[in-house]
Design a protein around this ligand. Structure first.
Ligand code: NDP
Length: 245
């Protein structure tokens, strides 16, 4: 690990893909703000693990859907480390239902976290990221697969893709890149929850590489976008999914 002076906020980093991204960026020498909504213990354990491996991290509770909380998270990062260079807008939720059965509460919650939560981070980053920074949003390969039941979730992620393209053009003059990663199925709680073995087998068989994604498959893509070799990639949606679409 070569320590750098770069500081990264990773939203939704207590578990799943976000935790793998936090570990990987810390390993690559970045100082990491491990954001979480409710899993304080898991976030604290991850910070501990990163520090024991020689990295630098702090945890920060913030519901990304709350603009004040997101502002306070940037304040905390600036107070602790002097500035922010990287925002990984990873926090997200998934509620599946055919449109006929989709209820208002789950629609509102999905939009609040996936779209408004991403927007809250982007607006703050657009004002406060240091020049030369990097932003990575999270879409999904369901924007492309269009499977039944994924309507509201896919719509929230399609909106994230639109924000990605536009903010890349707005922030380009400051040398800040804005991209999105669109994973296919990755073995995390978000994906596995509520699926029986037959469904998991069917989804696995849909993939040309014959397996589900692992969290490190996605963390590696984020590390590329954030790292020295990713600087010429801008305004792109990278579908990291083993070729399923
Ligand atoms: P998990 O459910 O495993 O983890 C979700 C993380 O997001 C947790 O750390 C959780 O924090 C956090 N989170 C949830 N709501 C909020 C909130 N309001 N504010 C702050 N943090 C919040 O999800 P994954 O790791 O699977 O997903 C990560 C991203 O990847 C999401 O954007 C998802 O849509 C996307 N994605 C995932 C795919 C998959 O197959 N897994 C496929 C395509 C895209 P806490 O623990 O505190 O609740």
């Amino acid at each position: 690990m070569t320590p750098t002076n770069r500081v990264a906020i990773v939203t939704g980093a207590s578990r799943g893909i976000g935790a793998a991204i936090a570990r990987r960026l810390a390993h690559d020498g970045l100082t990491v703000i491990v954001n979480y909504a409710g899993s304080a213990d898991a976030a604290a354990r991850l910070v501990d693990e990163i520090e024991r491996s020689g990295g630098r991290a702090i945890s920060c509770q913030a519901d990304v859907g709350d603009p004040q909380a997101v502002r306070r998270m940037f304040d905390a990062a600036e107070a602790a480390y002097g500035g922010v260079d990287v925002l990984v807008n990873n926090a997200g939720i998934m509620n599946l239902a055919p449109l006929a059965q989709a209820d208002d509460a789950s629609f509102d919650q999905t939009i609040a976290v996936n779209l408004k939560g991403t927007f809250n981070g982007l607006r703050e980053a657009a004002k406060r990221l240091r020049d030369g920074g990097r932003i990575v949003n999270f879409s999904s390969s369901v924007v492309g697969l269009y499977q039944p039941g994924y309507g509201v979730y896919a719509a929230s992620k399609a909106a994230v893709e639109a924000l990605t393209h536009i903010l890349a053009k707005e922030l380009g003059p400051r040398g800040i890149t804005v991209n999105a990663v669109a994973p296919g199925p990755v073995a995390t709680e978000l994906f596995l929850s509520g699926k029986d073995q037959a469904t998991l087998d069917r989804i696995t068989q849909m993939n040309p590489l014959g397996r589900l994604g692992e969290v490190d498959d996605i963390a590696g893509v984020v590390a590329l976008l954030v790292g020295p070799d990713g600087g010429w990639i801008n305004g792109q949606i990278l579908r990291a999914n083993g070729g399923v679409v």
